[in-house]
Design a protein. Structure first.
Length: 143
């Protein structure tokens, strides 16, 4: 499954101290959404879920968050009209942080939101989705 020690990605190293905040997860709502202990609903930025293999994708997110801890980076500290906050998410691992947004794309557990436009990650996320499609991972498996 995703985010083993082997898959902690090299490009996560430049994360600056103070940019991320630690939160406790109370519930995994879907492959790309969680509820924090404080009641806030957070959606992983740049991702959307697929109904195709929803339970498998939700299970992948649960596995990534098995410690109940998550580090979040909120580019915007205000929620959308539905009260949902959008963030980049990182799970603690024995060797560092696992970038959840990337893992879920890389292993085909989510797809890229077509409206995602962050220049810092857009090309990388597009590449990861294309690679998952080619390798027929997760939601990209043949029917």
């Amino acid at each position: 499954m995703a985010c083993t020690i082997k898959t902690v990605h090299k490009w996560e190293d430049p994360i600056k101290q103070g940019k991320l905040n630690l939160f406790m997860v109370s519930e995994v709502l879907s492959a790309n959404q969680i509820r924090l202990k404080d009641g806030k609903v957070v959606q992983y930025l740049g991702l959307r879920t697929s109904k195709k293999i929803e339970q498998t994708c939700k299970s992948a997110n649960q596995w990534l968050l098995r410690t109940g801890k998550i580090f979040l980076e909120f580019p915007d500290d205000k929620p959308d009209k539905q009260g949902i906050y959008f963030a980049y998410a990182y799970a603690p691992t024995p060797k560092g942080l696992c970038f959840i947004n990337q893992e879920l794309l890389e292993f085909g557990y989510c797809e890229l939101d077509p409206e995602f436009s962050d220049p810092q990650y857009k090309e990388e996320f597009q590449r990861l989705q294309k690679e998952a499609q080619i390798k027929k991972k997760g939601i990209w498996l043949s029917p």
